[in-house]
Write a protein that binds this ligand. Structure first.
Ligand code: NAD
Length: 298
């Protein structure tokens, strides 16, 4: 089985680096410097998307949104211009409605499956990512050897698009827990609690979540610039997709829609390329105290 990987950014790059340890893969990204980095790591760096389609039976994608995924698959010089048969495995946190439409437009001998991940670049490097997989058994079976080289935590969710639904449900919680945690921190610290002690108590109490356990102690409290490797723009995209899915399928989502407004104003103020933790500035202004970097430096 020949494997290909397109989209070598923060997340896709970290996943592809694990695949390289076990498989020969052909890779492509718009960024020439990423192509050259992967060539040095032992991958074959293609010069076009069509070249990947020509050289691989299973092509993995990890692109910003489903718009890029559609272009890479169905665009003029996209995968379908050169791929004779095989599987396209979309690891993007995409829009399940667009994903299902792309799947319907594919020629019969090419099958689309979705396999979004959770755990970030650090989880990919550690081999602990959660990989959610939607699609037919045959197509998933062809992708599994490469996915197993990334992480053993593989969950089948159903037909194509269902994995992205599940991923959006997860990121709703990631987004809202992050805001609620920053909000709790601002109240506690403004009223005299030591920031590091606050994080320690929260992570042993009933408000415990990923933001109390990881985001506060490792990224926000020790650093004035709390970079975690995921952008504000991508987080806003994920919760907008969740909100739109709620509208399309008749589900009210009051908490995520409030959170969406907070992230939206953070994107407007700071720009979509800033780290997701920059949303803490909203709570620093709201409490008139410094929160990022207020703990012990590590
Ligand atoms: P990123 O911006 O770091 O990387 C995207 C890469 O895609 C870039 O290298 C870019 O050059 C490349 N690209 C864009 N359009 C392309 C095209 N037409 N052809 C070839 N390459 C193209 O983004 P990321 O953080 O890697 O995120 C990718 C996806 O993974 C997003 O959907 C994101 O929501 C999801 N995700 C990210 C994380 C994270 O922590 N970073 C975690 C889970 C899921």
């Amino acid at each position: 089985m020949r494997f290909g990987y397109i989209g070598l950014g923060n997340m896709g790059g970290a996943i592809a680096k694990r695949m390289i340890l076990k498989h020969n893969i052909v890779v492509f990204d718009l960024s020439e410097s990423l192509r050259s980095e992967f060539s040095k790591l032992g991958a074959v760096a293609a010069t076009s998307i069509a070249e990947v389609g020509n050289s691989a039976d299973v092509v993995f994608l990890c692109l910003p949104t489903s718009n890029e995924v559609k272009e890479v698959i169905l665009g003029k010089n996209g995968l379908t211009s050169s791929m004779k048969s095989g599987v396209i495995c979309d690891m993007t946190t995409g829009d399940p409605v667009i994903t299902r439409k792309i799947a319907e437009e594919l020629p019969n001998n090419i099958t689309l499956i979705d396999a979004p991940v959770s755990g970030g670049p650090a989880g990919a490097t550690a081999g602990t990512l959660a990989i959610m997989v939607g699609g037919s058994d045959n197509a998933v079976g062809l992708a599994i050897p490469a996915l197993e080289s990334v992480s053993p935590n593989i969950f089948r969710t159903g037909n194509v698009g269902t994995a992205q639904v599940m991923k959006l449900a997860n990121n709703m919680l990631n987004a809202t827990n992050r805001l609620a945690t920053f909000e709790a921190l601002s109240l506690a610290v403004k009223n005299g609690i030591d920031p590091d002690l606050c994080a320690e108590i929260l992570s042993k109490s009933s408000g415990r979540n990923y933001a109390t356990d990881i985001t506060l102690p490792r990224f926000v409290l020790p650093n004035d610039e709390p970079v975690q490797g995921f952008t504000l723009g991508l987080m806003h995209k994920d919760i907008r997709q969740a909100a739109e899915l709620g509208i399309a399928t008749g589900v009210t989502l009051p908490v995520i829609n409030t959170a969406r407004e907070v992230y939206h104003s953070a994107v407007n103020e700071r720009g979509g390329n800033e780290d997701v933790n920059e949303v803490i500035r909203h709570y620093e202004r709201g409490s008139t105290i410094k929160l990022a970097g207020s703990g012990k430096k590590q």
